[in-house]
Design a protein around this ligand. Sequence first.
Ligand SMILES: [Zn+2]
Length: 496
Amino acid sequence: MPVEEYRKQVEAFSTDLSREHYMYFSGQKDRLELACLYERYSDLYSLDAVTEIRRWRSEASPQYSAIPQSLDKLLAFAVEHHLQMATRGISEQISEYESKAQITWQGRMLGFYESFVVLANEPDPSARRQLALRAGEVISRGNDLRTERIARQREACVALGFPSYLAAYTSTRHIDYTSLFKPIMEFLQATDRFYTTSLRRALANEIGVGLEDAHRSDVGYFSRLKRFDPHFPKEDLVACYNASMAGLEIDVARQTNITLDIEPRPRKHPRAFCSPIMIPDEIKLVITPHGGADDYAAFLHEAGHAQHMGWTSRRLTIEDRALGDRSVSEAYAFLFNYFIADTDWLTDILRFKNHEDFHQLQKLLKLHIIRRYAGKLRYELELHDSPSVHRDLASTYARYLTEATRFQYDPVEYLYDLDDGFYSADYLRAWIFEAQLRDHLRRRFGRSWFKSKKAGLFLMELWETGERYGADDLAAQIGLGSLDTGALLAEFHDAA
Ligand SMILES: [Zn+2]
């Protein structure tokens, strides 16, 4: 297949896949039917396809009208979906097992997934521990399937000619995950005192739990910050988004390519999400507003993705619109996500005056999630470096995550709390880039940069490049130098 035809097919596949996700998670379709969709496009990520793209890559010449970086993105796409195909049977078994699993709780039956919602709303710490134990039993029974899934991913990588799973991602995505390890560990160390002191105080004040007793099952309840709900009414969420965009001179009413889906439907997924059905022409921004700070943050995060993709130039190839460095879109998403941790935004847009406590807590929650992902990356590098998935890794997982977050983790989650393809590293790189970018926006356009037309134009120029450049290249082009944890570290420095 010529490269032009391959791109067309990738575009068609991405559109169908995104539409299927949108229809299912927005509650407009009963079942998520991915199997036949993956079958229909299987030529795009077969062994032959991977070989073909490698051939284009080695012969990169004008006749393919593609530069090597573009072909690398197509190769990363093919390899990633090849791994999905190779594990699809077992992935389906896992999701079927989990979606049917039930937990007996306080005289009623809870679905496994439902138990996490109950957990986040349970005010009694000992009840939370008990419920988490029951959920842990469900997780434990699924661990053999998950071990098998990792073994198949590894076999598939070797069959594609990569020495390992880590090597497959490092070489196709051009991200040196192991070199991220050192600065991230230094970040953990440098923020440790501020984190521990703030967390001890906040846990005592907010949920009456001592730092030594803090458990992973407390995280959801603690993060809700329920007492601030009156400042984040569900009725005002969309108006708050509109006002934030208006500050950047983005008139959302005129953005016909970004559709806001706020209609309540019984089966609609409760959390906000963004479905880029066609970039930039058909972007769905979906939410059922519930109110509360985390609801606002989740929606603003997805709005960041939507604006990025909605402003992406349609002249770019599919790989430069949709298949690049995932940290880039995540950084734009974090930029809006953390409006709620910005004192000027809280005052100017939300009209939340006495926000000192709230602001300190938001800072702490941000640091908590970054530290959690630092712990995850540290563990994942060890897991994927290990020749087999053995039980010792479970205690390593619990130790690293507990050390990083100070919440006691249960070893049982060592394969459950794990994303494919080093997404943990993508998030970490996004947090680093976002902090540098926001620092730049503040210096150039003032502390209230979110009310500056010029800042809006600057962002649109960046968004227009879609995913053509990686986070490292963008940072260099803006004049920020290389990706560096300095700006991120400074966010947690003043109160240390
Ligand atoms: Zn995101």
